[in-house]
Design a protein around this ligand. Structure first.
Ligand SMILES: C[S@@+](CC[C@H](N)C(=O)[O-])C[C@H]1O[C@@H](n2cnc3c(N)ncnc32)[C@H](O)[C@@H]1O
Length: 197
């Protein structure tokens, strides 16, 4: 396992070369998945059991979270962990039409108006995502912040995405550190699997 550092993750002017997926995974993934903001890595550890034979690039912005994760856990086969900005890795690293699933669980809400441009699900990134997703590509999105869900839903629907409740995934398979924390506090979960019509 290697950690691929995307140096200076906050600098949007630092660009990347396209990722060599054969080099990363040892073969060309039949289905390529991306998780942006894996945090404690709860979902990525279960990924092979949930989506067998698929490949996951799991990206986390904060270097300390990535190094703590690597110190404590064995990274499962078929999963590759990267430190960096998931938006840039998706835009520069992944070929158009090559992304089958994007997971964004409990993204930072950035509630203050002037900070909202830092949200992962922002208009510019959703435009990029429409190019990156394969024809059957899906975005799995969750939050416990009602106003954030509304804003993200507005952006996605304005760009032609539709939301499926997808209970098989959200009730039986979904697991994240933040969600467990949120359930303990009895906060509502807003979740759905989005795809382009
Ligand atoms: C609230 S935490 C949720 C973590 C995890 N998804 C969960 O549900 O437990 C949001 C995470 O997204 C990461 N993050 C925020 N913006 C990011 C970006 N552009 N690229 C990669 N990670 C990002 C943060 O560092 C943080 O670890």
């Amino acid at each position: 396992m290697r950690i691929r550092n995307h140096t200076n993750p906050f600098n949007y002017s630092t660009r990347l070369s396209p990722l060599d997926l054969t080099d990363i995974f040892g073969n060309l993934p039949q289905r390529l998945c991306l998780e942006i903001g894996f945090g404690r890595g709860v979902f990525l550890r279960r990924f092979p059991e949930i989506f067998p034979n698929e490949h996951l690039l799991a990206v986390e912005l904060r270097p300390k979270m990535v190094s703590d994760f690597i110190d404590r856990h064995v990274i499962p086969d078929g999963v590759h962990v990267m430190q960096g900005n998931g938006e840039i890795i998706c835009e520069d690293g992944i070929a158009d039409g090559a992304l089958d699933r994007l997971f964004v669980f409990h993204p930072d809400p950035w509630l203050k108006g002037r900070h909202q441009k830092r949200r992962v699900i922002n208009p510019g990134f959703v435009d990029i995502l429409t190019r990156k997703l394969s024809s059957s590509g899906q975005l799995y999105l969750s939050t416990d912040v009602a106003s954030l869900w509304e804003d993200m839903s507005d952006i996605l629907t304005s760009r032609g995405f539709v939301c499926d409740a997808d209970p098989l995934f959200w009730k039986e398979k979904y697991e994240s550190f933040w969600n467990a924390f949120s359930e303990r506090d009895q906060r509502s979960l807003f979740s759905g699997t989005w795809s382009l019509t």
